[in-house]
Design a protein around this ligand. Structure first.
Ligand code: FES
Ligand SMILES: [Fe+2]
Length: 418
């Protein structure tokens, strides 16, 4: 899917910029990487559509025919449950002359009917009927199914990859299955979902998420609760005490396990998983305005340990899990200068709004934190897109994940530009 003519001069420029960036390890990336259409198209081909992305959660499509649309960049993907109960991720492009087949989201359908000339598709993407095409010599229905992405449903999360050759992420997720399954995310429901558009390249939004150097300055409410807004040495005691009590207090063996296999440490270039547990400051048990519980305990957890879990699936999807609720963070590029941050709040499926949780209290902290992030990311983009921008050094401790991301990114881009 080469959308622009990457002529020799462009390729040479990209290769030269990548090599120059690699020669400045530890430094933030040049402004060009955040603005250039050539860079963006190379990222779509070589990174985004070869990576595992989280399209949603199985609670969104419990019945046969249930579907929703997942839009990434200029692409649209129909995520649905077919007649056999399988989750499908179908490219929303008619196999006749390309029209979007499905426009409304979410919904329930027996078939998908293209609004242009009326071709009809089964829920698994197979072409069911093509009006009056029987007069066209050699036309075979079997040759015109909707294209599809790979789907791995892991612990309730619908992970998709548009690259047919990508290795399954399900295998990688096995390495974090212990701490993850303790929270039983397959038995969660969505309490609230909100999209926060930000006028910034997707890498700026992602890099902002990957570091908590900015937490103390930008997120006062968050930093009062979460120890990772400080240096490891300063929070050693809180971390050690939480890790010493977490198994006993939650009743889950191995809940404090650490796995860090993302970006260049990942088992596959478009995959990667991470899990870790870190401490809240004493007296707090959840991510809320006052640090107190806002919903019933998740999964197998039997108590609060003053800690929370952090997970990552692939390069762009993150999950923060307090003992009583989960918050999923997804970064979805719209174009080279715009990104959507999709935030989803989860509670256990039998929790009832009004009785067991209050949506305002549940979403207070991360709604506020995301609005703060939108502001700092937008202002960051304005500065990075300026002609006078000169990249500086990353902080080796606070910004280690940005350093890993950049190393992985440059390697992937080098591969994609060959
Ligand atoms: S483009 Fe869909 S039926 Fe013609
Ligand atoms: Fe932030």
């Amino acid at each position: 899917m080469q959308l622009i003519d990457t002529d020799l001069a462009s390729r040479t420029r990209l290769t030269g910029m990548l090599e120059a960036q690699k020669a400045r390890p530890g430094q933030a990336m040049d402004s060009w990487f955040y603005q250039s259409p050539l860079v963006y198209q190379t990222e779509l081909d070589g990174i985004l559509f070869k990576s595992w992305l989280c399209a949603g959660h199985i609670s969104q499509i419990p019945e046969t025919g249930d579907y929703f649309l997942f839009d990434v960049a200029k692409e649209s993907i129909i995520v649905c449950r077919d007649e056999r109960g399988q989750v499908q991720a179908l490219f929303n492009n008619c196999r006749h002359r390309g029209s979007r087949v499905c426009e409304q989201t979410p919904g329930n359908r027996k078939t998908f009917v293209c609004p242009y000339h009326g071709w009809v598709y089964e829920l698994n993407g197979a072409l069911k009927s093509a009006r009056q095409m029987d007069v066209v010599a050699g036309f075979a229905h079997g040759d015109h199914s909707l294209g599809k992405a790979q789907v791995n449903v892991c612990h309730g999360f619908i992970l998709i990859n548009c690259d047919p050759d990508a290795s399954p992420i399900a295998k990688e997720v096995e390495s974090i299955a212990g701490p993850l399954s303790a929270h039983e995310p397959e038995n969660w429901k969505i309490a609230h979902q909100q999209t926060y558009p930000v006028a910034a390249n997707w890498k700026l939004a992602l890099e902002n998420y990957l570091e908590c150097y900015h937490c103390a300055t930008a997120h006062r409410a968050y930093a009062k609760l979460h120890t990772i807004s400080d240096l490891e040495d300063n929070i050693k005691q809180e971390t050690e005490e939480m890790l010493a009590r977490c198994e006993q207090q939650t009743g889950v063996p191995g809940i404090g396990d650490l796995v860090y296999k993302v970006y260049q440490h990942a088992d596959s270039p478009g995959g990667g998983v991470e899990c870790s547990r870190y401490a809240l400051y004493p007296g707090h048990v959840s991510g809320s305005e006052d640090g107190q519980a806002v919903a019933p305990l998740l999964g197998k957890l039997q108590g609060y340990d003053g800690g929370l879990a952090d997970f990552q699936f692939g390069p762009l999807t993150f999950l923060i899990v307090y003992p009583d609720h989960g918050v999923m963070y997804r970064f979805v590029p719209r174009d080279q200068l715009n990104t959507d941050m999709h935030i989803t709040w989860f509670v256990r499926e039998d929790a009832e709004q009004g009785r067991d949780y209050d949506k305002e209290k549940l979403t207070w902290l991360w709604h506020r934190t995301t609005l703060e992030d939108e502001y700092i990311i937008r202002r960051n983009a304005e500065g990075v897109n300026s002609r006078f921008y000169q990249p500086g050094p990353y902080h080796t401790e606070y910004e280690y994940a940005c350093l890993d991301f950049v190393q992985w990114y440059l390697a992937r881009m080098t591969e994609a530009s060959q």
